[in-house]
Design a protein around this ligand. Structure first.
Ligand code: SF4
Length: 151
């Protein structure tokens, strides 16, 4: 089974109430290979919601409590992001997931590159909180830009 960000399957769970559907993901679902998750909803955040970014670090530093996640209005929502990552990991373990396809650049799902906390559409190096936790537990994290090379 492959863990997949629900917004890539056309589920309207993004902060703006929309999705980013990818055609090839539908095939994986129809073949019974996909488990869909939205870590931010699992963490208790509403949809739509005010966009969030990690400030002064990345998902790994959020898990280590040396960085935090804020929404654009300055509210600290770090606990929701950590809870969402932990619930996602729980689902991944229940299904014996070894690979995940997550949404690029999200403060939860992004891998290697995320928005930098300035809300200026600037990207910096690092993982989102869920991507960091899944990687810590040995799950191969891909995104919608590179998964075709591995699936
Ligand atoms: S990127 Fe991740 S957290 Fe954001 S809407 Fe998609 S699945 Fe949910």
């Amino acid at each position: 089974m492959i863990l997949i960000s629900a917004c890539l399957a056309g589920i309207n769970c993004r902060y703006d109430g929309g999705s980013k559907q990818i055609v090839e993901i539908e095939k994986l679902i129809k073949e019974g290979k996909a488990v869909l998750v939205c870590p931010e909803q699992l963490g208790g955040l509403p949809t739509p919601r005010i966009p969030c970014e990690i400030r002064d670090g990345d998902g790994r530093s959020v898990l280590e409590k040396s960085a935090a996640v804020y929404n654009r209005e300055g509210a600290n929502l770090t606990d929701c992001f950590i809870r969402g990552a932990e619930e996602t990991l729980k689902i991944a373990k229940l299904y014996g997931v070894e690979k995940a396809i997550l949404k690029a650049r999200s403060p939860s799902c992004g891998k290697d590159r995320i928005y930098d906390g300035s809300f200026q559409k600037k990207v910096t190096h690092g993982d989102g909180v869920t991507a960091a936790l899944l990687r810590k537990h040995g799950i191969l994290v891909l995104d919608e830009e590179d998964f075709r090379e591995y699936i």
